[in-house]
Design a protein around this ligand. Structure first.
Ligand code: TRP
Length: 520
C-alpha cells in the first residue's frame, strides 16, 4: 500500500473545509426527516433524552476515532483499515469494517435517495404554489398521491441519484465546500423561521412537552436501539464516511483567514460538528411537533411526517411560498451533501483498485439506484409484501441504520481503543489536554463499546421477552403515513402515544409490520 502522507484523493484546503464537509455529511435527512418521525414513533421525550446521551458518550468519541483512523490511514476505509492493521501487526480481517461499510453505504444510499427525491418533488410543488391554504387532510392526501405513483417516484429517485454521482464522480473536494458554506447557514435560518411559526400555533406547548418531557414508561428495547442507531445515522458514523473524509483532513493548516499553519485538532472539530448536527435535529422537531398537535395529526404517522406537517406551515405563514420553496431546496441540498458522503468511501476504494473516478461513481450509482427501486415500490405495488421489519424499505432502513451502523461503530471503537498502538492514536488525535485525552480513551475503550453491546442485548432481550414486558415492541406501526386517512384520530388524546394505539393503525388498513422488530 502507498505510504505517502497525503491521501491519493487529495486533501481539504483547511480545517474549516473539513468542518463544512463533515457537517454537510452529518446534517441531512437524518436530522430533518428521520429524527422527528422516529421521535414520534418512539414516544417523544424519553427517546430524545436517550438519543442526546448516545450522541455525547457514544457518537462523539467514535466520530473522533473515525476521523483519527482516517487521517492516519489516508486511504479509503477498506485500505485504511488494511494499512493500520498492518502497522499494528494484527490480522487483515479488520478491513472487514470497511467491507461492511461498503455494504451499509449501498443499503443507505438506496433508500436515502428515495426519501430525498420526495423532498425534490416537494421543492417543485412549493415553487408551483401547491401548499397555499392547504388543510391537514389535503396535505396527507397529497403525500399519499405521491407515494401511490411509482413512476413519479422513480423519476425523482433517478434524478437525485444522478445529482449525487455527478459530484462524487468529479471528486468531492470541488464544489462541495462552497455549496455547504452558503447552504448550511441558510438552512439554519429557515429552520428558525419555521420554529418561529410553530411558536405561534396553539399546539406549541404540547409539542415542546412531547419532545422534552421524558416519560420513561415509554422506554423499551425498540426505543433504546432506535436511539443508538439514530445517533450513528445522524453523525454519519459506523460505515466509513467520516473515515473517508478524515483521510482528506490535513494535519496542519492555516486558519480560515490564513496565517501560520497550526495543528488541526480532531476533538474540537468533532464536537463542533456534533453540536451543529444536534441543533438541526432538535430544531426540526420543534418546528414539526407543534404543527402535529395544532392540526390533530398523529405523532406516530411514520416516514411521511415532515411531508405532511411542513406544507401546513408554509400554507399558512406569511411569505410561505417563498419560505417553502427555499426550505425544500435546502433540504435537497442537505440530503445531497450527505448522500455524496455515502458514495465517497466506495468510490474512493474502487479508484484505489484502478477504476477511473467517473466509472466508479457510475457503477456505485447504478447499483444503489437499482436497489432503491425496491424502496420506491415499498410504498405502492409492494406495500403488502412485508417481512421481518416491515416493507422492503423498512428492512433496508432497519438493517443498515439500527444493526449495521452500531456494529461498525463498535468495531471501530475496539480497533481504535484496544488494537491500535496507543502512542499512534494519541499522536494522531493530538489532544493537548491530557485529561481530555484520557476521557476519550476511556470512552472508546470501555464505555462506548459497552453501551452499544448493552443496548443491543437489552433490545434483543426485550424483543423476545414475555408479552407484558415487550408489549409495545410487538405492536404494528403504520408503515406509510396514516394521517391523511385519519387526520382526526389522535385528536383529544392528552399526548397521543403512537406505540400504544395499534387499533387505529390497523383500522386504517395500513400494512401491519412484522412482529419481531417493528418498522422504523
Ligand atoms: N448523516 C446523514 C443524515 O443525517 C446521512 C449519512 C450520510 C450517513 N453519510 C452517512 C449515515 C454515513 C450513516 C453513515 O442525513
Amino acid at each position: 500500500m502507498k505510504q505517502e502522507n497525503k491521501s491519493v484523493h487529495g486533501v481539504w484546503g483547511s480545517r474549516w473545509v473539513f468542518i463544512l464537509a463533515a457537517t454537510g455529511s452529518a446534517v441531512g435527512l437524518g436530522n430533518i426527516w428521520r429524527f422527528p418521525y422516529i421521535t414520534g414513533e418512539n414516544g417523544g421525550g424519553a427517546f430524545v433524552l436517550l438519543y442526546l446521551l448516545c450522541i455525547a458518550v457514544v457518537g462523539i468519541p467514535i466520530m473522533a476515532a473515525e476521523v483519527m483512523l482516517g487521517r492516519k490511514g489516508g486511504l479509503s476505509p477498506i485500505n485504511t483499515m488494511r494499512k493500520l492493521a498492518g502497522e499494528s501487526k494484527v490480522t487483515q480481517r479488520w478491513a472487514g469494517i470497511g467491507h461492511m461499510g461498503v455494504l451499509s453505504a449501498f443499503l443507505i444510499l438506496s433508500f436515502y435517495s428515495v426519501v430525498a427525491s420526495w423532498a425534490l418533488y416537494y421543492a417543485w410543488e412549493a415553487v408551483a404554489g401547491g401548499f397555499q391554504g392547504i388543510t391537514a387532510a389535503q396535505s396527507g392526501a397529497r403525500f399519499d398521491a405521491l407515494l401511490a405513483d411509482p413512476w413519479l417516484m422513480m423519476g425523482c429517485h433517478t434524478l437525485f441519484m444522478v445529482l449525487t454521482m455527478v459530484v462524487v464522480g468529479r471528486g468531492v473536494k470541488g464544489g462541495l465546500e462552497k455549496a455547504v458554506e452558503i447552504l448550511m447557514p441558510l438552512l439554519f435560518v429557515l429552520l428558525l423561521v419555521l420554529v418561529g411559526y410553530a411558536a405561534t400555533t396553539p399546539g406549541f406547548k404540547e409539542g415542546l412537552l412531547f419532545l422534552f418531557e421524558p416519560d420513561f414508561s415509554k422506554l423499551n428495547g425498540k426505543v433504546v436501539i432506535t436511539a443508538v442507531g439514530q445517533a450513528f445515522f445522524t453523525l454519519s458514523l459506523g460505515m466509513g464516511a467520516i473515515m473517508a473524509y478524515g483521510a482528506y483532513m490535513p494535519r496542519e493548516a492555516a486558519g480560515k483567514k490564513g496565517g501560520k499553519p497550526k495543528p488541526v485538532s480532531i476533538m474540537s472539530t468533532v464536537i463542533i460538528i456534533a453540536l451543529l448536527d444536534t441543533l438541526v435535529a432538535l430544531g426540526s422537531g420543534v418546528a414539526m411537533f407543534p404543527l402535529i398537535f395544532s392540526n390533530d395529526l398523529q405523532v406516530g404517522q411514520g416516514p411521511g411526517m415532515m411531508f405532511v406537517t411542513l406544507p401546513l406551515a408554509f400554507g399558512q405563514m406569511p411569505g410561505g411560498m417563498l419560505f417553502g420553496s427555499l426550505f425544500f431546496i435546502l433540504v435537497v441540498s442537505a440530503a445531497w451533501s450527505s448522500s455524496i458522503s455515502l458514495g465517497e468511501p466506495v468510490v474512493a476504494w474502487l479508484v484505489e483498485r484502478g477504476l477511473s473516478r467517473g466509472l466508479a461513481a457510475t457503477v456505485v450509482g447504478l447499483g444503489a439506484w437499482v436497489l432503491g427501486i425496491g424502496s420506491v415500490l415499498s410504498f405502492n405495488l409492494w406495500q403488502d409484501n412485508t417481512f421481518l421489519a416491515g416493507t422492503f424499505f423498512d428492512n433496508m432502513e432497519f438493517l443498515s441504520t439500527t444493526v449495521m451502523l452500531p456494529l461498525g461503530g463498535l468495531l471501530i471503537a475496539i480497533f481504535a481503543g484496544w488494537v491500535m498502538k496507543e502512542t499512534h492514536a494519541r499522536k494522531e488525535l493530538g489532544i493537548k489536554n491530557f485529561k481530555l485525552y484520557l476521557v476519550w480513551r476511556a470512552l472508546v475503550r470501555i464505555f462506548s463499546p459497552a453501551a452499544v453491546v448493552a443496548l443491543f442485548v437489552y433490545s434483543i432481550w426485550s424483543a423476545v421477552a414475555p408479552a407484558d414486558e415487550a408489549a409495545p415492541v410487538k405492536e404494528p406501526e403504520p408503515v406509510a403515513p396514516a394521517a391523511s386517512e385519519a387526520p382526526g384520530v389522535a385528536a383529544g388524546a392528552e399526548i397521543p402515544a403512537p406505540v400504544a394505539e395499534p387499533a387505529d393503525d390497523a383500522e386504517d388498513g395500513e400494512v401491519p409490520s412484522a412482529p419481531l422488530e417493528p418498522a422504523q
